[in-house]
Write a new protein. Structure first.
Length: 137
């Protein structure tokens, strides 16, 4: 019975076969056109993703170089800080030395004020000689 029904259906559909084939062909073309559009969009998106990945990679490379530079500068700053600390220590020592020198100079100035210079000593010696000469007379 199934064969008989199938033959009957085939007989009914026979006049429509060409139209069905044409309709299926149109549907296939439409479907293929839509798939082609999606494929082109997919290809365009892949290109954009590739360009973005290249940009990210170049930025990562630049960041690596920047990080290396920052590390080098940090190391240099550490060395500079060490030098500044050493200079600060030396300046402290020099300040103590200068204070000691100033105290010594003040002491020497005070001692020199109490002493007579050579010209004054000669004048005083003459005066004393005159006084002694008058006393002996």
């Amino acid at each position: 019975m199934a064969k008989k029904a199938s033959k009957e259906i085939a007989a009914v559909l026979k006049p429509y076969n060409a139209e069905i084939k044409r309709h299926m062909s149109a549907l296939s073309e439409d479907f293929q056109g839509r798939v082609k559009v999606v494929a082109e969009q997919f290809g365009g998106l892949n290109g954009k993703i590739d360009r973005l990945q290249d940009t990210v990679d170049s930025h990562a490379e630049m960041f690596g170089k920047i990080q290396h530079t920052i590390d080098a500068h940090t190391e240099m700053f550490g060395k500079i800080q060490h030098t500044i600390d050493a200079h600060t220590e030396m300046i402290g020592i020099l300040m103590v030395d200068v204070s000691t020198i100033k105290a010594n100079v003040e002491f020497l100035k005070g001692g020199l004020k109490k002493k007579v210079d050579y010209d004054e000593f000669l004048a005083l010696e003459r005066r004393l000689s005159l006084v002694e000469a008058r006393m002996h007379k």
